[in-house]
Every structure is written in C-alpha cells, then in structure tokens.
Design a protein around this ligand. Structure first.
Ligand code: IMP
Length: 422
C-alpha cells in the first residue's frame, strides 16, 4: 500500500526520520510540493544528513527517488545537494528522477522574495529561497520549467519575455538594477545540461509504478498550517502541504495515495512569523529549544516553541485524512513536571473548539489548557509502547482522544533505533 507522510503542525515535525524508516520498505520515494525551503534531517549511525530537495530515501540503496512536478527546483541548490551526497559516497544517476515540468527557481525569484519581504508591513519570515515568487510565475503562466532549460530556443524566448517585464519592475519598484539576459541564459542552459540526465516524465513513471503495485512513499514538506489554502494565511508557504497536494503534485489520482500518516511533535514549534496561540512566554522556550535542538535546518533560525495544540492538530488530521499519527520528540518532555495541551481557544469571552480562520481570533486567541502530569523518567531507551512511563502513556492516550487519530509511531530520539512502533 502507498503511504504519505504529512506534517500536521507548522513544519519541522520530524518527517525526515519517519520517511527514512519507511523508505526501507518502499520502492519509490516522492517529493510533491515545496522546494529547497524544506530541511529534513536524518541521522544514520551518528552521521547527520540534511536534505532540502532530494528525497531522503536516497540514503537507501536501489530506491527510486522522485522530485515530482509540484516541486519548485533551484538548479544551483540541487546541484550542490547532489555534490554533497556524492561526496558522502551516494550514487544518484540511476535513482534520482526529476519531473520535466517542475518549475525552476530563477535568481530573480530569490531576490524578489527578499525585496518583497523587506517592504511588507507584516513580515512572513520566508526562507528567502524564492519559493513564493516562483509559484506566482507558475500561476501567472510565465514560469520556466525544467524541460525549457533543455531547449535553447524555447528557453531564450521565455527568459527574454520574463526579463522584459521583470527588469522594469525591479528598477522602478525596487530600485534594483535588474538582470542581464546573456548571463542568466548561459548560466541556466549550463544547469540544464548538468541536470538533464535526471529529468524525465515522472507522471508516467509513477503511474506505471501504481499499475505494477510498487509501493510509493509520498514525502510531504512543511506542515498543514503553512498550506497556502488551509494554513494561517498569509503566514504560509506557497504550496499545498496537506495530502490533497499529492495528486496535482505527482500526476496520480486520489485512489493512489493510500494511507496517510501525520507527523506531529509532542509539543509545537514554528519558524517565521504568524500566529501561534500556545507559544511559550517564559524560560521554558529556551529549555525546550536547547533540548529539542530547535533551530531551522534550512536557515538556522531559532524555532519558536510552545505546548501541543490539539485544536490545531485535530483540524489537520481531518484535512489530510491522517488516520495514523507519529508523535515525535517525546523524550524532549521527559523532565517536565506538568505538560499542557490546548483543547480550545478563548477570545472575547467566546470559546472556539474548532480552528478559527478569522485572523483577529487566531492572532489573539487565549489557549484553554488541559494539564497532564509529567513522567520525570528517561523515555529514550524505551522500545515498546506499553513500557513507556505511566504518565507518558496517559499523555499519549490523552492526545489520541483529543485529536481523533491513532498514534502508531512514537519517536524518543533522533536515531533510527529510537523509535517505538505500536
Ligand atoms: P517560504 O516557504 O520560504 O516562502 O516561507 C514561508 C513560511 O514558511 C515562513 O514562515 C517559513 O519559515 C516557513 N517555512 C518554509 N519552509 C519551511 C520548513 O520546511 N519548515 C518550517 N517552516 C518552513
């Protein structure tokens, strides 16, 4: 059966570790949205690998790793990731496939991302990787796709058209000199040549895989509340991070998606700006950040930390039909006396049990907490669900109840072995 792993919070839930474990039993590992704004950390035998674009399944021999059409690709960043993995002894030629219709992130996207951000009254806190502007061009039908880099004439016309308009905007709106056609043209034709061996028709490849009953693992990036439609808009990324993004992002139909596993931390984190009702307002923030090593894998920014928000996660479970959940980083809570879980929000005397999309409400919502007793014991050595400390079990079963999904995996450390399958 095919499986999808999606984040149920604001990203950084630890999807990389679950994907790495499940990749062993999969034939294909597929990224379907986002770009190199993502950062998946995988620890193998004490060595840490950070992936931004290439599916982390590449660590396993003989797996086909696909960057499908819904992903936006920065060729410069892709080539340096390829180089990094090759230097670590991995072979990619036969196993990495990139969709010919992926949209390409150009330097003007990266610069525009930063310039727009600098002018915004309410900053989003983007990763500055050009993700948003690239998706904007895709939707406004002027984007450049991977296949275009392989056709000098088509690429020339598209780039000329783009620069004609963009250079005017750069000069007049942003006081930026703009971009030289010839320089960009030659640089990107060269990238095209260097990535051409990976480019293919991944829609057909995946449809064939489904026909042959191969198992596919869909690797979600970011998290539900960064989804362009369902997230805390406008403080979101520019793609569909929920399981619904899989179909358009791969060329497969809903029936091919299979089982959805939601990844959640045992608490909550968020990078960048935007509402976060359960954010810690005291020293606990630093304690959890240090213990959980909560620093962005892509930008190194300190992550904002807070209590588990069951209102948020329950909504995310529904949006992605995530019947099963992987609880990550339970061990980070080991030494706390009490653990709080948000069960509803209060605003102007009114109680909200469902996630509110009114920005005024979510930005000012006061969490209503249920208090669980801490367990004060090391959970990182436990390998069976039933052997977890009693109060840790109470916490997990309490969460299950609040979010209406079954906890099937519990992670108690960063290594592959520090995982409990229930
Ligand atoms: P963008 O995706 O770079 O446009 O950034 C939009 C928002 O999504 C910002 O708040 C980023 O911090 C956040 N974001 C993007 N990618 C990730 C991720 O992989 N993990 C966590 N947050 C992310």
């Amino acid at each position: 059966m095919n499986t999808a792993i999606v984040g149920l919070q604001w990203g950084d839930e630890g999807k990389g570790k679950i994907i790495d474990i499940l990749a062993q039993k999969s034939d294909y590992i597929v990224r379907y949205q986002g770009g190199n704004n993502a950062g998946h950390t995988v620890v193998v035998k004490d060595k840490e690998f950070i992936f931004h674009l290439i599916p982390s399944g590449i660590l396993h021999k003989g797996k086909t790793c696909v960057i499908a059409n819904g992903v936006v690709v920065d060729p410069e960043s892709l080539l340096s990731e390829i180089e990094y993995l090759k230097n670590n002894g991995l072979k990619l030629e036969a196993n990495l496939k990139i969709s010919q219709i992926c949209h390409i992130i150009m330097p003007y996207h990266r610069i525009l991302d930063k310039l727009r951000e600098s002018k915004r009254t309410y900053k989003i806190g983007t990763t500055g990787r050009g993700i948003g502007p690239c998706y904007v061009d895709k939707i406004s039908r002027c984007g450049i796709r991977a296949v275009d880099l392989l056709n000098p004439q088509v690429f020339k016309e598209k780039l000329e058209d783009n620069l004609k308009e963009k250079n005017e905007v750069f000069k007049k709106v942003y006081n930026h000199p703009g971009f030289d056609f010839k320089e960009l043209y030659l640089e990107y034709l060269d990238y095209g040549r260097r990535i051409s061996k990976y480019i293919s028709n991944t829609m057909l490849l995946l449809q064939e895989a489904v026909k042959k009953n191969k198992s596919i693992l869909f690797e979600g990036a970011q998290g539900t509340f960064l989804d362009i439609d369902f997230g805390t808009y406008p403080f979101v990324t520019s793609s569909n991070t929920t399981s619904g993004g899989i179909c358009n992002g791969t060329g497969l139909s809903p029936g091919a998606v299979g089982k959805v596993i939601g990844a959640v931390k045992a608490y909550t984190t968020r990078v960048g700006e935007g509402p976060f009702p359960t954010e810690f307002k005291d020293a606990l923030s630093n304690i959890i950040r240090e213990k959980g090593r909560e620093f962005g894998a892509t930008t190194g920014r300190p992550r904002r930390c807070g209590w588990f928000d069951a209102v948020l996660v329950k909504h995310a479970v529904g949006l992605s039909s995530a019947r099963q959940v992987a609880i990550m980083k339970l061990d980070v809570l080991d030494n706390l006396k009490e653990i709080l879980v948000c069960v509803s929000y209060k605003y102007k005397g009114k109680i909200f049990r469902e996630f509110p999309y009114d920005f005024e409400v979510i930005a000012n919502a006061e969490p209503v907490y249920k208090i669980f007793k801490g367990w004060g014991k090391d959970s990182s050595t436990v390998r069976k669900f039933g052997k977890l400390p009693k109060n840790a079990l109470n916490y997990l079963l309490g969460l299950e109840d609040l979010i209406s999904a079954k906890i099937s995996i519990v992670s108690v450390g960063s290594g592959r072995a520090e995982t409990i399958f229930r």
